[in-house]
Design a protein around this ligand. Structure first.
Ligand code: FE
Ligand code: FE
Length: 390
């Protein structure tokens, strides 16, 4: 009998997990796959506002319904203290003395396997089954480590996993933005909504700034936070200087990159789920869509008014005939204190003497940068410069 162990936080379980599980069963010829949520993962911290361990377990149970070979086990949830993998493997060995046991893991876990608690006690009982994505350089690294380990008598199996491109971290963002549908196994989305998990039932419309800020920070990529706060502060300064609506500037500034953490394919997911029709440029350069998707989220999730929504929508490309607030957000994004590129000081000075000239300089610098990269210029940026030059 061949048994696979698939552990993780499953916070929440998603179609990527299910896809990997089925692929492991098929590739390794497993008779049974145990999916085991951990109480406190030794390798990661569970973000605050997460469901209880029992709720994560329940979502797993819902997800695996109808999968004959997959079972959910609460053995790690029931165990006191930290859920170390060697304890799980040894417990299963006791239950199934004659089974061949496979421990599923991803590339990062495999490469750091030597740092786990009692790795020898794991490999004494189980074959390590590494699910890798086939990213550049990944296979060579895994292959090298595999040979090292096999020389030391460890059994390693590789599974090339044409995985669905989603992580639980990204999925939690999609849930907050109400566009996670395609990544949630049947029934799990209903459960999440019913229990209001992962902010799925939160009402974030028209929040005061103090309440908005921590929510935005939670949804951003941590390395974007300083930029976003800098952009907000710069936008406020410029709004005071030029007599624009200061509150709108602050809100547009803090929300302008709200969807930036989503990669290109997930930008397209959001557009699809929101029913947004895209132009060819958007499909070709989906990462530029964060301005559009940010504006959609600002409108639908945060209830922002048209002026703010429009400033977010045009913050990367600009457009013809921009409002003062749109100019301010474009320029603030370009010159906030974290930015340092040749010419930024000129732009900073110009922003307080002639905001339209600063916008134009920003557009010109972007065009030069794109030309150096050999990338296309968006139709909106072209229209913006044509307007300013006419
Ligand atoms: Fe941006
Ligand atoms: Fe930005």
């Amino acid at each position: 009998m061949k048994i696979g162990i698939y552990g993780g936080t499953f916070n929440p379980i998603h179609t990527g997990h299910m896809h990997a599980a089925v692929q492991a069963i098929d590739t390794l010829g497993l008779d049974k796959l145990l999916m085991i949520p951990d109480r406190i993962a030794p390798h990661k911290q569970i973000p605050s506002g997460s469901p209880s361990p029992e709720q994560r377990l329940e979502m797993l149970r819902i997800a695996v319904e109808g999968y004959e070979k997959i079972q959910v086990s609460d053995m790690e949830l029931k165990r006191e203290g930290k859920s170390y993998t060697y304890l799980t493997v040894e417990a299963l060995r006791e239950e199934y003395p004659d089974a061949e046991i496979f421990l599923l893991m991803g590339t990062d876990m495999f490469l750091s396997f030597h740092t786990w608690m009692n790795p020898d006690r794991i490999t004494a009982q189980a074959t390590l089954a590494v699910m890798y994505r086939g990213e550049k350089g990944e296979e060579a690294k895994i292959e090298a480590r595999k040979q090292e380990m096999e020389a030391a008598g460890v059994k390693v199996a590789l599974i090339k996993n044409d995985t669905i491109n989603i992580s639980s971290t990204q999925l939690r963002r999609l849930i907050a933005f109400r566009c996670a549908g395609e990544f949630l196994p049947a029934g799990v989305g209903d459960y999440i909504r019913e229990k209001g998990l992962y902010d799925s039932a939160a009402d974030w419309r028209d929040l005061p700034m103090e309440a908005l800020e921590p929510i935005v920070i939670r949804l951003l990529n941590p390395n974007r936070v300083a930029h976003v706060l800098g952009c907000r502060d710069t936008a406020v300064e410029l709004a005071k200087h030029w007599g624009a609506e200061v509150d709108d500037a602050a809100r547009a500034g803090i929300l302008h990159d709200i969807t930036k953490a989503l990669d290109g394919p997930l930008q397209l997911t959001l557009c699809r789920e929101y029913g947004t029709i895209l132009d060819g440029f958007g499909y070709k350069y989906p990462k530029t869509l964060h301005a559009l998707t940010g504006s959609l989220v600002a409108e639908r999730i945060f209830g922002e008014d048209e002026a703010v929504v429009s400033a977010i929508c045009h913050h990367t490309t600009g457009k013809a005939d921009m409002t003062l607030l749109e100019k301010i957000i474009y320029v603030a994004d370009y010159m906030e204190p974290c930015r340092n590129f040749p010419g930024v000081e000129e732009l900073r000075a110009l922003a307080f003497s002639d905001i339209t000239a600063a916008l134009k300089l920003g557009l010109e610098m972007t065009l030069r940068h794109l030309a150096n990269l050999g990338d296309e210029v968006s139709p909106a940026s072209q229209a913006a410069l044509e307007f300013l030059n006419s």
